[in-house]
Design a protein around this ligand. Structure first.
Ligand SMILES: *Cc1c(COP(=O)(O)O)cnc(C)c1O
Length: 370
């Protein structure tokens, strides 16, 4: 009985059906399914959108992160500093590259990596910092870049949730060596399957990633590097090109909905609305509340009443069974652990109606008053 889903991909398709259908039909008609003009056109458009010199389309956000690490020669024996409060793919990419993820706790207000705690985690093996622009808000990049520059570290931005997000008028890719994007269907810019991209201002890095994603090819059967098969599909590129012109309006609709939620919720007892850093354009991939009291009971009650609320993310990465071998103990990252136990994501998507949003707020208010 979900009345208000967490995201509604069908509602978006219905708004732009002719554009999507003609893009798909065009690719099927020309049968250029791999690479070619569709991929190049999207790469040029997305580089311009993020205001970086280059964009390399790849198979997923996870592949984007992995390929940047590989292109920067970060692997065995190296350490990469990141947040334990993110989707596991951030850390999987580091491990796939052969490097060791080293966690640093989050800032409890923004849920992003706390720059003040990075220095204490740096060792002679540290090669890079991988900040995550979580929920659609750019991490504190000025402070992170200062630490990185002091220690000569690479910076790889996980921008999988931050298409079009800004800080001081700059978009992801403006600070680090590269920014990595996911076009997983539910992301602010989503494909109709898996897709991702790397945006960078570094031409040599862009060339290396473009080769690595396509079997290290210099030409059809000449391989300069041992790469992998992590290309962006032409079909996905065509769909993304059709959707990209709508992205700023969709992000604006998310921002208006978030402001509406802020207003409607800030006086409720026991909830803390998300903070937007000064100078930030938060694009609200996720609208994340912190609640006091029994979060899981509240979540289940919301779901039972048709509100598709969720939690991003309920288990800190250092406490995931798959990552126990990293050797962290519960209690290692108190802000992350407190967030994981107290946050709740409310439904948010550009097509959401005020009636739906009112239903979310009324349900939440009535549950909190009991
Ligand atoms: C979605 C996501 C990824 C992974 O992207 P895929 O396209 O699913 O591989 C990585 N990091 C974060 C923070 C994400 O939200």
């Amino acid at each position: 009985m979900i009345v208000v889903p967490l995201v509604d991909l069908k509602a978006q398709y219905q708004m732009i059906q002719p554009e999507i259908d003609s893009a798909v039909a065009r690719v099927i008609a020309h049968t250029g399914f791999i690479g070619g003009q569709e991929v190049q056109a999207f790469e040029a458009a997305f580089a311009a959108y993020q205001r970086t010199a280059h964009c390399i389309g790849v198979a997923s956000g996870t592949a984007a992160l992995f390929l940047v690490l590989k292109a920067l020669d970060i692997g065995r024996g190296d350490e990469v500093i990141t947040s334990p409060h993110t989707f596991i793919a951030t850390v999987e990419a580091i491990l796939q590259a052969g490097a060791l993820p080293v966690f640093v706790d989050i800032d409890p207000v923004t849920f992003n990596l706390d720059p003040n705690q990075i220095e204490a985690a740096i060792t002679p093996r540290t090669k890079a910092i991988m900040p995550v622009h979580l929920y659609g808000q750019i991490a504190d990049m000025d402070a992170i870049m200062k630490v990185a520059q002091r220690y000569g570290l690479r910076v790889i931005e996980d921008a999988a949730q931050a298409h079009g997000a800004e800080l001081s008028g700059k978009r992801a890719g403006a600070w680090g060596d590269a920014a990595c994007f996911s076009f997983y269907p539910g992301k602010n810019l989503g494909a109709y399957g898996d897709a991702g991209a790397v945006c960078t201002n570094d031409s040599a890095l862009a060339d290396r990633i473009a080769k690595l994603r396509d079997h290290g090819r210099a030409s059809k059967y000449e391989h300069d590097l041992v790469g992998c098969g992590e290309r962006l599909d032409a079909l996905q590129a065509a769909i993304l090109s059709a959707k990209l012109p709508h992205l700023d309006a969709w992000n604006d609709a998310r921002r208006r909905r978030a402001a509406w939620y802020d207003q409607a919720l800030h006086e409720l007892n026991g909830v803390c609305t998300p903070a937007q850093m000064s100078g930030a354009r938060h694009v609200y991939h996720i609208y994340c509340l912190a609640v006091s009291g029994d979060r899981d009971a509240l979540l289940h009650a919301l779901n039972a009443q048709g509100i598709g609320a969720g939690v991003h993310y309920p288990v800190p990465l250092h406490m995931q069974p798959a990552l126990r071998f990293l050797g962290y103990e519960p209690g290692a990252f108190p802000h992350t652990e407190r967030a994981a136990a107290s946050i709740i994501s409310l439904p948010i998507y550009p097509e959401m109606t005020t009636e739906q949003a009112s239903r979310v707020v009324e349900t939440l208010a009535s549950l909190l008053s009991h």
